[in-house]
Design a protein around this ligand. Structure first.
Ligand SMILES: [Zn+2]
Length: 358
């Protein structure tokens, strides 16, 4: 009892001294730097060295639902730059969580890692209206229960600033799609700086790739479990060899991913337009999502017995590590990137997703 009282008395004295010192320092110099703001559902980890907003690449996104946080993890040694987008489709939660694990757990030894976990932040703000799904899900972590947003595939209609057209066609594409696809970030690239919200998000993300001289860019997605796309790495033609070698390494480690090349005619997708408009090697991953089915009643998005979220995040991050390692083998001198503390499929299956979140 006495010890507890003595400790709390000591603590009070310490707090008073600290407050006085802080007040003195504040009166002598500029105000102390504010704690960096971040996404409400993300706790930046020890590897994060700076946080910016997407609006710093396109000011008209400021104070709109399309603005989102951009996390920088910079190593002590100079090297290349890697970009990761999760949440292009906000219902594809393995992509969001894989990006979140990078922000909360990864450290960079050499080069830079830039991560956006909610690439389409407007889509993250409302649950998919076409499916019976909850707007959030819960993960148990060392800091307790954490709640994450389960969003929609498309920009929220009220945020778009334009009505959906009768039919949508990306200016570079020969294919016309349903009008609502105008709100699909992964059909909007390269985007337009003065377009609707989805086009502006796309344009701003492309500016990140250009202004930060990104060498390798990833877009993390999910697809229905029975889709042709499930367990797929889609690669820009210029980067197909890197993806093929990575898939051989993944196969040797018992992780089955397949390879597809970006289409020449189906345009507006990240891997195709990022690779065409910048020097980056561009890749998109698809993991099988048990909730992307017609009847979602009773489907557990997090703890599905066959496709639990931890396994899907493991597939994303094992693929990320394999591609990065292959890139590193062919990278020009000075453009190598070394990222540490990224768990792959075996670690996520064994310890669970919560072990790699704060
Ligand atoms: Zn997707």
């Amino acid at each position: 009892m006495f010890h507890t009282f003595a400790r709390s008395a000591d603590l009070r004295v310490c707090r008073i001294v600290a407050a006085c010192l802080l007040a003195a320092a504040t009166s002598l110099s500029a105000p102390p730097p504010k704690t960096l703001a971040s996404d409400p559902d993300i706790l930046p980890g020890p590897g994060v060295t700076a946080i910016r907003k997407l609006s710093s690449y396109l000011p008209s996104l400021s104070n709109t639902p399309g603005d989102t946080f951009v996390y920088f993890l910079e190593g002590k040694q100079p090297g290349g730059t890697v970009f990761v987008a999760g949440g292009t489709h906000a219902n594809e939660i393995a992509g969001v969580m894989a990006a979140t694990v990078l922000i909360e757990h990864a450290k960079v030894e050499k080069g830079r890692l830039i991560v956006v976990a909610h690439a389409n932040n407007s889509a993250a703000t409302y649950p998919d209206p076409t499916r019976e799904v909850s707007s959030s899900y819960t993960i148990q972590t060392a800091s307790g229960e954490r709640h994450f947003r389960y969003g929609a595939r498309l920009t929220k209609p009220e945020d778009q600033g334009a009505k959906d057209p009768a039919r949508f066609r990306n200016p570079k594409s020969t294919e016309s799609l349903a009008g609502f696809e105008a709100r699909n970030l992964d059909r909007a690239y390269p985007g337009r700086s003065k377009g609707n919200l989805t086009e502006r998000i796309a344009w701003a993300i492309l500016q990140v790739l250009k202004k930060e001289s990104v060498n390798v860019a990833f877009d993390f997605h999910e697809s229905p479990p029975d889709s042709r796309l499930a367990n797929m790495i889609v690669a820009h033609p210029r980067s197909i060899d890197i993806a093929a070698l990575a898939i051989l390494d993944l196969d040797a480690a018992g992780v089955g991913m397949r390879l597809e090349r970006s289409s020449e005619t189906f345009r507006g997708l990240s891997h195709r337009e990022w690779g065409d408009a910048t020097k980056a090697h561009a890749f998109l991953f698809e993991t099988p999502h048990p909730g992307m089915v017609k009847k979602t009643a009773g489907v557990d998005m997090v703890s599905d017995p066959k496709l639990p979220l931890s396994r899907r995040v493991g597939l994303q991050l094992s693929s990320f590590l394999a591609v990065l390692e292959t890139y590193d083998g062919v990278a020009a001198p000075g453009l190598s990137v070394k990222v540490q503390d990224v768990p792959g499929l075996p670690q996520l299956v064994e310890s669970g997703l919560g072990s790699f979140l704060k």
